[in-house]
Structures are given as C-alpha cells and as structure tokens.
Design a protein around this ligand. Structure first.
Ligand code: ADP
Length: 544
C-alpha cells in the first residue's frame, strides 16, 4: 500500500472562522437581542472577539478537553462562544434551557462543565441550580456591565463584555488531532435521563461541508440565512459552522421566535433561506394570513425535526417559498436526508414536486441507510416495505457520552434511529413513525404521522396529534387530539369523515378529542407520551 502524497491537515472548527474572517470579513452577522434591538457586525469582528474570548477562557484556567457550557439564544455572543471554546480544544456543551430544571442540572453535572456562559434571561434558573452544580467554577453572563445584577449568590460571576475587552485578540488557534471532541449536545429524552452526543472537529467540518451542498441547504456566499432552529438544539443544525464555511450573511433571531418577529427579520434583512421546526412556519404563515403580509425575497425554508404537514408546502408556495424537508437527529449532527428533486424529475410538474417534498428526502453523501425487520434482517428499498431505520456515517454517533455501548448500536456497526421508515430505490424516505409512537391495532401498525398529515389538511384544524389509546378488542386504536383554528368550528364526526377514502378503513381513527393546546417537548415536538397518558383510560364512544 502506498499513501497518497497530499497534505495531512486536520479538519478543525477554527479553520472555518479563519476562512470567514479572511475572505468574508465584511459580511454581516445580525442578531436580535433580548430587548428587541438589532446588533450588527461582521465575520471579521466575530473572529476577533472569538480570539479574545479564547484568551480569556485560557486565563481563567479552562483547559483543552474540558466541557464549557452555554445556555443562550441564537446571538453573536453565542456564536463567539462556539468558536472560542471548540477552537481552543475545549468542548462546547450547548445546554437546552427548555428541559425540566432537574434535567438541566443533570446534564451540566453529567458533562462536568467547568464554566457556564449564559444569557441574562437565564440568571434566575442558573442561580437556582448553582448550589447543585459543584463542577462549575466560573459563571459568565453573556452581556455588558449594565446587565450585571447588583447582587448575586453566584460566586465568581463575570461579565462577558468586560472579559472580552480585557483580553488581547492575538491568539493562534492551536492545531490538534481532528478527532478531538468539539461539542456536546444532549437529546431531550422522553423517558430516562437525556443522553449526550459528543461531536468531533472532523465530524463537524465534514457535516458542514456536506450539508452546504445544493441538494442539502444549498449555501453560498450569495445567501442570507436565518437559523430559527436554536443553537442549543443540535448546534442549530450545524448552521453556525456552515455559515462561516460559506461566508453567508447570518441572521440570528435571539429569543423572539414568534411570527411577527421572524417576518420582520426576513423582510428587513433580505433573508433568502430559513431553517426551523414546523411550528415556527405554522406561526409565521398564520401571522402572514392574519395581517395580509408576504414573504418577499425568501426563496426556501428547510423544515425538519418533526413531521411536516403537507398543507404547509402549498401555503409556502403561495408566497413563492420552496419547502425542503430535512430529516435528522441529535445523534447525526443532525443532517441525514433532504428532499431535493433530481434531474429526472424536471418535467414532473408541481404534483411530483409535492410528492417529493412530502418525503423526508434522500441521504446526503456520507450517510448510509437501511431498514430492518424485527429480527434485524434488512428489508428491500422498494418504497413499500417499512421497518426500523438504521444509519451509519462519519457524523453519526458511535456511542453515547459516558455510556457503554447498548442496543442503540448493532453488532455490525449501525445506529438504530428509533424511527420506522420506508425507503425507495433512490433513497427517498418516508418516516411512518417513531418506534414508540406507532399505533398497534390488531397486530398491525398504523402510522400516526400519516393520520396527522391528513387531518392537518382540514381547514379548521390548527394542530393535531394521532395518539394510541388502549382498546379492549384491538389493543390500541387511534384517537385524534385536535386544536381548532381560532374562530372555526368542526364536529367529531365531520373530522372523522375527513379520513374517508384517504386511508384504509381500519386506519380511520375512532375518536376525536378537542383541546386548547397540545403539549410540546423542549424542542417544540409533540409530546406524545403525555397524550398517551392522558388517553390511558379513554372511554370509547358507543361502547365499541
Ligand atoms: P430530540 O427531540 O429527541 O431531542 P432530535 O431532534 O434528535 O431529538 O429528534 C430526532 C427525531 O425527530 C428523529 O428521529 C425523527 O423521529 C424526528 N424527525 C426529525 N426530522 C423529521 C422529519 N422531517 N419528519 C418526521 N420526523 C422527523
């Protein structure tokens, strides 16, 4: 065997910000701050301040290999922390503050975070948890002196702006093995403790490259991107990294994720592409409808994280916006598939395009996928068979942080996603459910996602969840839990009738429950477990 004779340069996160500084130094990074004001600077300033912060963290005694937590919205300071922490060789642990306080305490403690950088909004939460976080030695409030509390029980509470200002911007990013850990993110975990996923520099840079491609996010220096997906949730789908790699104009929405605020940023900052979970776009579209607004300039939204209602594609198209689906997981950095069309689809028209957009998409280069039956035997990729989805690739986790290998990985090196899916010959995937949400009726499976998708097409339905309720005869039967749009009305029978002819008869739900609000997880997904519990003693109509 002979080695190739090319330079063996490690793929490091610091190379991304260095590139952005050198070649896109005057491109803007815009942030909405918690008081609603807009902060504006450039990639050159972001890089300079990241170096100052790296110097500061070093002075505070923080070392490569240690975890440093962040609890912050999408803003320029969080972006600087991303680059400073990973760049110096430490691990940037993005803490999801929307988890239950006890889960937040658990993950900061489990990661053994040595310092915590947090937005002023989270001061009360941090103060409350601090006595139970013995590993954290330094608390840094991501703000200016004026935002510092007069009194705080936190020993060693530092002001971010003072810290940055008092350190030099001369800092040479260290070179090290590209497999070094760079970031840590915990999955929400509907049961048990959250599990940590430890990313590496190599996996992060490869993911940033692959997810930039035209059939993925389609990023370029000509684009302006608004990641509504939070940076504490799977690294904001990797956009803080791919944005630097491409030198795009980045717009960070802070803590204001409502329809009006997002609309304003899209229009005023000339956003061309935005990313987020379906509820974000439902809120935005509703805001546009109520106020008769348009989404000028926006070319595409990438939607993922949970099932995307088909109706959303059409509503966005009315604004001239293309919807592209993304499927991924915390365990996959997160991008696995995207729903871009192929050359052979070019004459298929809107109908075919819609069909493709209704899928979760096909794998990015680097992601291998297969579906297996209950015994672990591979199933055909024929668009019909469905089974447990398994993946592998250079940005898929090889084991959970500080845990032994378990049933999440197969003996032959695949990761069990916990999703049930169909794959066609081109790799276009349709998730039919999460393994734990599937409705098992009379020994057969009913896809909760498909039922939700159908009912979302009803004009009176704002949001819905198909939930398995225990049934004496069939084991489980589907019940639709429904939130109606304001000012509309619909009866149980009318909604059940809506399924006629759209699914097999035995898939048609047996009941409808109207509620004011559906429970969501920390990442904005339907909390099916709660709904299942709610329906545990469901009384079936007509004594079925
Ligand atoms: P959690 O919410 O558990 O923290 P993730 O964000 O990693 O974690 O969730 C990943 C899961 O979200 C996937 O396994 C899948 O079930 C679901 N998901 C992601 N994207 C889509 C999509 N486009 N359509 C349907 N489900 C999706």
């Amino acid at each position: 065997m002979q080695y190739g004779q090319m330079m063996d340069q490690p793929l490091l996160i610091s190379s991304l910000i260095k590139h952005a500084e050198q070649y896109h130094g005057d491109t803007e990074v815009v942030s909405r701050l918690s008081d609603g004001s807009i902060h504006r600077y450039t990639w050159a300033e972001a890089a300079r301040r990241a170096r100052q912060l790296a110097n500061a963290l070093g002075t505070l005694g923080l070392k490569p290999g240690e975890c440093i937590g962040t609890m912050a919205w999408n803003t320029y300071r969080h972006l600087e922390a991303y680059y400073a922490i990973s760049g110096l060789g430490a691990i940037c642990h993005t803490v999801n503050h929307r988890l239950f306080p006890d889960q937040v305490r658990y993950i900061v403690d489990h990661a053994e975070d040595r310092a915590l950088l947090f937005d002023a909004d989270f001061l009360p939460l941090v103060e409350r948890l601090a006595p139970e976080l013995p590993h954290v030695r330094t608390w840094i409030l991501l703000g200016a002196r004026a935002q510092m509390p007069a009194h705080s029980p936190l020993a060693n509470l530092l002001c971010y702006e003072d810290l940055v200002a008092s350190h030099s911007d001369h800092y040479a990013w260290p070179q090290f093995d590209e497999r070094t850990a760079s970031g840590l993110c915990y999955t929400s975990g509907t049961t048990g403790h959250p599990k940590g996923v430890l990313y590496a520099h190599r996996s992060t840079v490869l993911h940033a490259l692959a997810s930039s491609l035209p059939d993925a996010f389609d990023l370029s220096a000509g684009s302006c991107v608004l990641p509504v997906v939070p940076m504490f949730h799977v690294n904001g789908w990797g956009l803080p990294y791919s944005a630097a790699l491409n030198g795009i104009k980045l717009v960070l929405p802070g803590n204001r994720l409502d329809g009006a605020s997002i609309h304003q940023l899209i229009v005023e900052e000339e956003v061309t592409m935005a990313t987020g979970v379906p509820t974000v776009w439902l809120n935005l579209l509703q805001h546009c409808e109520t106020n008769r607004l348009r989404l000028h300039g926006l070319k595409r939204v990438v939607v993922g994280g949970s099932a995307v209602p088909d109706s959303m594609t059409g509503h966005l198209a009315e604004h001239g916006v293309e919807l592209r689906q993304l499927w991924g997981m915390t365990e996959m950095s997160p991008c696995g598939t995207m729903s871009a069309p192929k050359f052979k689809h070019r004459h298929g028209g809107t109908a075919l395009m819609r069909q493709l957009q209704a899928t979760q998409g096909r794998p990015l280069f680097g992601v291998e996928m297969r579906i297996v039956d209950g015994a672990g035997e591979p199933l055909p990729h024929d668009g019909v068979a469905f089974g447990n989805l398994q993946v592998r690739g250079p940005w898929v986790l090889s084991r959970y942080f500080k845990r032994d290998l378990d049933a999440s990985h197969t003996d032959d090196g695949w990761f069990n996603t916990g999703d049930v899916a169909k794959l066609d010959a081109d790799g276009y995937m349709r998730i039919t459910d999460r393994t734990k949400d599937v409705i098992k009726s009379g020994g057969e499976w009913i896809s909760s996602i498909e039922l939700e998708n159908i009912l979302m097409g009803h004009p009176a339905v704002a949001e819905t969840a198909a939930v398995a309720a225990p049934h004496p005869k069939w084991d489980e039967r589907p019940v639709m839990v429904v939130v109606l749009k304001q000012g509309t009305q619909a009866t149980r029978d009318e909604l059940l009738q809506f399924f006629q002819g759209k699914v097999a008869k035995w898939w048609i739900p047996d009941d409808v429950l109207f509620v004011d609000e559906l429970p969501h997880t920390a990442t904005g997904k339907l909390q099916k477990l709660k709904l299942r519990e709610m329906l545990r003693d469901h009384r079936w109509p007509n004594d079925q």
